[in-house]
Design a protein around this ligand. Structure first.
Ligand code: NAP
Ligand code: G4F
Length: 323
């Protein structure tokens, strides 16, 4: 029997890599797409003949119920979210609706249609916030943004549906993962895209906020494999997904500019618009449980990640120049 998967947030960075992975594994893959006035399917356009896309929104439970009833997925990957931490300070209520309540809606919809399926909840290392590293599955949560608070709520709702209703729901507590498909507002992609534009002579400066923040950056393409592994386990649980390595934003900029032979100090300038009312200073994950129970381990670390992202942004910028 062909397995069926439903992905919310299929048009995002992770949704696109996960779609590729599940299609490769022979799944019938369905995705929920928001209706927008301009196209939002660029990241999955190359999969359009294989992928089955449906309009929907995680703020509309009736639509979620109908789709679940029609598709009857074996696995649901709930990735949809307002995922920009800085933006969550400007839109806290909206972030709560989508990132927090969205999880309740998808779980309640599954329960109401009485569907026997496995669910992945996209939890985040942002939940650890001000708790000191290294962070693992037992580290207390201390959310430092409306986004992190919404994800913490969603994490506990996922746990509660597991405990109260016996549903198979796994929380992937993922640390920052990046790729050439990363949204342009996140610091890594903002840097690599700027490096390519500066190298091509289009821009002269890059404005950033806190360069001292420490992150544990991994490669998104590898992280979606951990999502799938969580839903193949014998029982549902919560897993930290990380590389266990630590770099500052400054380190990332140094590597990205250095890759094209530039000195970051000549181009990066400070802009306080990119500071946050409350910052998360240091996230460094301890993925030992995930390695021991799921056999997952990251391979690509920050220097290689920065290089491959710059490489792809150089290709994009040069292709635009040729047009
Ligand atoms: P992303 O690129 O921002 O993608 C988010 C997805 O959610 C997009 O497909 C977006 O649609 C969709 N979406 C937003 N609001 C929606 C709504 N109301 N209804 C339906 N879909 C909606 O995020 P990502 O990096 O792939 O991350 C995937 C998930 O993992 C998110 O939940 C994120 O918070 C979480 N996470 C990410 C990281 C990371 O480092 N990347 C780490 C931990 C957790 P549009 O394309 O139309 O905007
Ligand atoms: O790239 P960022 O915006 O990612 P952040 O806030 O760590 O959140 C990402 O990872 C989370 C997992 O830990 C996800 F849950 C979340 O959805 C998202 O994918 O910022 C990283 C760091 C921050 O400390 C920020 O203050 O970079 C610092 N930074 C410095 N200058 C900047 C900038 N961030 C952005 N976005 N833009 C800047 O100019």
């Amino acid at each position: 029997m062909t397995k069926k998967a439903l992905i919310t947030g299929v048009t995002g960075q992770d949704g696109s890599y996960l779609s590729e992975l599940l299609l490769e594994k022979g799944y019938e893959v369905h995705g929920i797409v928001r209706r927008t006035s301009t196209s939002n399917i660029e990241r999955v356009a190359h999969l359009s003949t294989a992928l089955r896309l449906h309009y929907g929104d995680v703020t509309e439970v009736s639509r979620l119920m109908l789709l679940l009833q029609q598709i009857q997925p074996d696995e649901v990957y709930h990735l949809a979210s307002q995922s920009d931490v800085r933006a969550s300070f400007d839109q806290p209520e909206f972030t709560g609706e989508v990132t927090g309540m969205g999880t309740t809606r998808i779980l309640e919809a599954i329960r109401l249609v009485d569907l026997d399926c496995r669910v992945y909840q996209a939890s985040s290392s942002e939940m650890f916030g001000a708790s000191l590293p290294p962070q693992n599955e037992s580290t207390p949560f201390w959310p430092r943004s409306p986004y992190a608070a919404a994800k913490t709520y969603a994490y506990w709702v996922a746990r509660n549906y597991r405990e109260a209703h016996g549903m198979f729901v796994a929380n992937g507590i993922m640390f920052n993962h990046e790729s050439p498909r990363r949204g342009m507002t996140f610091v890594t992609r903002k840097i690599t895209h700027a490096v390519a534009r500066i190298k091509a002579g289009y821009d002269r400066k890059l404005y950033l906020g806190n360069l001292d923040a420490v992150r544990d950056w991994g490669y998104a393409k590898e992280y979606v494999e951990a999502m799938w592994l969580m839903l193949q386990a014998d029982k549902p649980s919560d897993y930290v997904v990380a590389t266990g390595t630590a770099y500052t934003v400054r380190d990332f900029a140094e590597h990205a500019f250095g890759y094209v032979g530039l000195d970051w100090r000549e181009f990066v300038r400070f802009d306080d618009r990119y500071l946050r009312p409350t910052e998360v200073d240091s996230l460094i994950g301890d993925p030992s449980k995930t390695a021991a129970e799921l056999g997952w381990k990251s391979k690509v670390l920050m220097p290689e990640l920065a290089s491959l992202m710059v490489e792809e942004d150089l290709r994009i910028v040069n292709a635009q120049r040729a047009e």
